[in-house]
Every structure is written in C-alpha cells, then in structure tokens.
Design a protein around this ligand. Structure first.
Ligand code: SF4
Ligand code: SF4
Length: 122
C-alpha cells in the first residue's frame, strides 16, 4: 500500500468506502467541506455518504473529530486484498534480485493502521 501512487492508493481503497455512524455524527459539516467529490450530503440532520459519488480517498475519516466516519471493511475484502497484491507486484516487478521480504506483526489493529485511534482500542 505504501509504495502505491496516490491514484493507486485511491484505487485500492475504492472497494472499502467509508460510512458514517449517524449516532456519532454531530453534523459539524467539516467532512463535507473537505470531500473532493462532493459525495457527502445531509440526511435527517446528519452527514451521509453517497456511495456512487465517493472515490474512497479517506479525507472524511481523517477530518472527522468525532470518530463518526468508519471504513466499511466488510464491503468487499477480496477486491482490496487482490488490489494490494497487484500493486505490491507492480512495485517490485522491475527490481529482480534487489528485494527481500520480512514480516513483523505486533500490536495489530482492528482496522487499518492509518487510523491512529484504532491502536488504542486493542
Ligand atoms: S465531520 Fe464527522 S461529525 Fe462532522 S458532519 Fe462529518 S461525519 Fe458528522
Ligand atoms: S472517502 Fe473521500 S470522496 Fe468519499 S466521502 Fe470521504 S472525503 Fe468524500
């Protein structure tokens, strides 16, 4: 994920679009101002993401101070995993003999490690 281009990161995230937990949304509108796709509208006094317009950039997750925006990791796990593998392959395919791999898994997060707050929950 880290070696993908900005466009590539968006593509990988596009299958796990965020959703808004209306019980935590204060309708401060901050996410609406930052959304580059105008994908967030008002619904019953709360913010609501129009999935057809959302490009999965994650700006709304980063900007919400009330922890109301969450990734819907159950949307299509298969696409995300395959897309990450495809981008990882793209990052090393022209570097034969120049890469090595190691895995260290500690303090695993419930969600994506982009979200600092999820580290404190586990
Ligand atoms: S930033 Fe968070 S609290 Fe504010 S409107 Fe968006 S989802 Fe609701
Ligand atoms: S992920 Fe990006 S495009 Fe989708 S609603 Fe959030 S800010 Fe808008």
């Amino acid at each position: 994920m880290g070696l993908a281009s900005r466009k590539g990161k968006r593509r990988q995230h596009s299958a796990v679009l965020p959703i808004i937990d209306s019980s935590q949304c204060t309708y401060c509108k901050k996410c609406m101002k930052w959304c580059p796709a105008d994908a967030i509208i008002q619904d019953n006094g709360k913010a609501y993401i129009v999935a057809d317009k959302c490009i999965g950039c994650g700006e709304c997750i980063a900007t919400c101070r009330f922890d109301a925006v969450k990734y819907n990791f159950n949307a299509d796990e298969g696409y995300l995993q395959k897309s990450m593998a495809e981008h990882a392959c793209g990052a090393v395919i022209d570097k034969p003999g120049k890469c090595f791999y190691f895995n260290v898994l500690i303090n695993m997060t419930q969600n994506c490690d982009c979200l600092v707050r999820s580290r404190t929950r586990n």
